[in-house]
Design a protein around this ligand. Structure first.
Ligand code: GLN
Length: 204
């Protein structure tokens, strides 16, 4: 299993460290040729969604990554990563990948609550630590998206098929359970994505 971590900006090193601890191979995606070598799954880290959105286009990573996401490549998006996947932002007119059926509020916790830590239930895992940094939350999910965690009445984690998103930063705590959940998700899709993309490549 080879997981690509989008490394344009933000908290990507911490994701790599989590995967290292789980013994999972990963590599950084900085330019187009990094994805041409093939990847089984993708992590989009936290950072600044506007900056990442711009760089994705400038570096011509947007189209190939979007195509892979639509083909069902497993993906974990945290914080800004979650923003990049939303079909709609309630307080911003931008749409980036727009592959998940959800409406998201950027910087949703305002200034006072810019950053905070809590522990709460994550469906399928149990109680886990959650660190929020100028975080968004999900105002609404619909269609194929399902809620995985709610904190103080706000949705902070969701999943749609092979796309998994958290408003908090699972990579900033010692707890490995979200990354383990993601690895399990990749295994469950049992290389289906890899098989399909190999078949797609053959057609060319
Ligand atoms: N506030 C950032 C944004 O809007 C997200 C913050 C984060 O990723 N920690 O993109």
């Amino acid at each position: 299993m080879r997981i690509g971590i989008l490394a344009l900006q933000g908290a990507f090193i911490e994701h790599k460290q989590m995967l290292d601890r789980l013994g999972i191979q990963s590599f950084e995606i900085r330019q187009k040729r990094d994805i041409e070598r093939g990847l089984d799954a993708l992590i989009i880290p936290g950072g600044e969604s506007t900056v990442m959105g711009k760089l994705l286009h400038q570096l011509e990573l947007y189209e190939p990554l979007r195509a892979r996401i639509e083909e069902g490549m497993p993906l974990l998006g945290t914080c800004a990563g979650l923003i990049l996947l939303a079909k709609k932002l309630s307080n911003d007119s931008s749409v980036y990948f727009g592959t998940m059926d959800m409406t998201v509020r950027r910087n949703a916790y305002g200034r006072q609550l810019g950053s905070f830590y809590t522990e709460d239930e994550f469906r399928g895992i149990g109680k886990i630590p959650m660190t929020f940094i100028r975080a968004p939350y999900i105002e609404e999910v619909y269609g194929g998206a399902e809620v995985l965690a709610v904190v103080d009445g706000h949705i902070v984690a969701a999943r749609q098929g092979n796309q998994l998103v958290t408003a908090f930063h699972p990579e900033l705590n010692e707890d490995l359970s979200v990354h383990r959940y993601f690895a399990e998700m990749i295994r469950e899709s049992s290389g289906e994505y890899t098989k399909n993309s190999a078949a797609a490549l053959k057609r060319y």
